[in-house]
Write a protein that binds this ligand. Structure first.
Ligand code: DP6
Length: 381
C-alpha cells in the first residue's frame, strides 16, 4: 500500500507595514515593482499562522483553509507559489532517491490570522509569506529567506518582505524574469528594539479598491506618480535607510509621514481618484501633529496603506506622550488591555479630531517591530 503518512510543518509570518511604499508594477504577472520600497515587520500581534501538509491520503486537489473558510487555490498567484516550491522539492528528490516524493502529493494548507483579514492590514503579505515558508519547511528546502522572497512575491508583491523580521527592503531588480527582484534585510528588529507601533483600526471591512487594481490605474493615469518614481521615492529610500541605520527617530518619522502623504496624493491624482484615507484617518493625522507640536519635535509618525487604518510609530521612551495621550482620548475601545499603557490627560488635542476618532475607531492594536517567520510545532491540522 502506498505511504499514507501525513507530512506537515508549521510557521508564523508577520504582517509588514511599508514606510516607503510599493505602488506600481513593471510586470503585473510576476509582481515586479516599479520602485524600490522598504517596510518593517510587526510579528508580535499581527501574524498569520500556517500549517502545510501533504499526504497520499488527502483528496487529490490542493486545498487552503483561511480562518476556517475554504479559499480558491486555482488563481495564478497561489498556483505560481505551489509550482515553484514543488519544482524545488522535485529537484531535491531527483538528487536523492531516498527522499519521499512529497512534490507529487496533494497539499493541504490551513491558516489563521490573529487580526481582521483584508482590513488594510496587509493580510495577503503575511498570508503568502507564511504559505511559502510553511511549504518550504515541509519540503525541507534549504532556500534562504531572500530566495523564498522571489516566490512569495508572486503571491502578493508585499509578501516578499514578510520573510524577514526587522527592516526589509524589496529590490526592484532589472531582469525580465524577476529573478533579481528580491527582499533583503536592512536591519534586524534587535537593531532598534525600542520601536513601537500603535494601530488605530478604522475599519475592519474589506477595502473597495484592491491594491492590485489601484496601483495599475495610478501608473496609467497619474502624472504625479512620475515625479514620485523619479524623485520622491529614490530620495525617501536613501533617507530612510540612513535614519534606520542611525536610529534617528525624527528622520524616520519625517520620511514615514512624507512618504505616506506622497503615496496618498498619487492616489488622489489617479483618474478616477482612489481614496483610502477617510475622515477618521485625517483625525489621526491631526492628533499626531498635535502630539508632535506639544513635544517640540517628531515623537510620533503616522502611515496609511491601502485602507483607512492609522499605524503610528513611536519610541518606547515616549509611550506616555504618544500612546498614553491617545489612550486618554480614546480609552473606551478594545485592545488597550494588551499592554500596560497609562492614559494621559492632554490639553493639546483638537476636540473635533478626538470626537471623530472616538466615533470611528473600533479597536487599537499595540505592537512593535519584531521577528520574521518563526517555525512552530503547533499544528492547525
Ligand atoms: C499600499 O502587495 O497588496 O500596502 O502585489 O498586487 O498583491 P499586490 O499588491 P500588495 O500592495 C501593497 C500596497 C501597499 C504598500 C506596500 O505594502 O508597500
Amino acid at each position: 500500500m502506498a505511504d499514507q503518512k501525513i507530512y506537515q510543518a508549521s510557521t508564523t509570518a508577520p504582517v509588514n507595514i511599508a514606510v516607503v511604499k510599493y505602488w506600481g508594477k513593471r510586470d503585473p504577472k510576476l509582481n515586479l515593482p516599479q520602485l524600490l520600497n522598504l517596510s518593517n515587520s510587526l510579528q508580535a500581534d499581527l501574524r498569520t499562522h500556517t500549517t502545510a501538509a501533504c499526504s497520499a491520503s488527502f483528496p487529490a486537489s490542493d486545498s487552503l483553509l483561511l480562518n476556517s473558510s475554504p479559499q480558491d487555490v486555482t488563481g495564478a498567484r497561489t498556483q505560481a507559489c505551489f509550482r515553484e516550491l514543488r519544482s524545488l522539492r522535485a529537484a531535491l528528490e531527483a538528487s536523492d532517491s531516498s527522499l519521499p516524493e512529497l512534490s507529487t502529493l496533494p497539499l493541504k494548507i490551513v491558516s489563521e490570522n490573529n487580526f481582521p483579514t483584508a482590513a488594510g492590514l496587509a493580510s495577503s503579505a503575511a498570508g503568502f509569506a507564511a504559505l511559502v515558508r510553511a511549504i518550504a519547511n515541509l519540503y525541507e528546502l534549504s532556500s534562504s529567506p531572500t530566495e523564498l522572497s522571489r516566490i512569495a512575491r508572486q503571491g502578493s508583491g508585499s509578501a516578499c518582505r514578510s520573510l524577514f523580521g526587522g527592516y526589509v527592503a524589496w529590490q526592484m531588480g532589472t531582469k525580465d524574469d524577476g529573478s533579481d527582484s528580491l527582499a533583503v534585510e536592512v536591519a534586524p528588529a534587535s537593531h532598534w528594539p525600542t520601536m513601537r507601533a500603535l494601530i488605530l483600526v478604522a475599519s475592519a471591512k474589506q477595502k473597495k479598491v484592491s491594491s492590485t487594481s489601484g496601483m495599475q490605474t495610478t501608473v496609467a493615469t497619474s502624472e504625479l506618480f512620475q515625479r514620485r518614481a523619479e524623485i520622491v521615492v529614490p530620495k525617501h529610500m536613501k533617507e530612510m535607510e540612513k535614519a534606520i541605520k542611525e536610529k534617528d527617530f525624527e528622520a524616520f518619522g519625517r520620511v514615514t509621514m512624507m512618504e505616506s502623504n506622497s503615496f496618498h496624493s498619487t492616489c488622489s491624482d489617479t483618474f478616477p481618484p482612489i481614496r483610502y484615507m477617510n475622515d477618521v484617518s485625517w483625525a489621526a493625522v491631526g492628533v499626531v501633529e498635535d502630539i508632535n507640536r506639544k513635544a517640540g519635535k517628531i515623537v510620533a509618525a503616522y502611515t496609511f496603506d491601502a485602507g483607512p487604518n492609522a499605524v503610528i510609530y513611536y519610541e518606547e521612551a515616549n509611550t506616555d506622550i504618544v500612546a498614553g495621550v491617545v489612550k486618554g482620548a480614546l480609552g473606551s475601545v478594545s485592545g488597550w488591555e494588551s499592554r500596560d499603557i497609562k492614559p494621559q490627560a492632554s490639553d493639546v488635542l483638537d476636540a473635533a479630531d478626538v470626537e471623530v476618532l472616538n466615533k470611528g475607531i473600533t479597536r487599537v492594536i499595540l505592537t512593535q517591530v519584531g521577528e520574521g517567520p518563526i517555525r512552530t510545532e503547533e499544528s492547525l491540522i
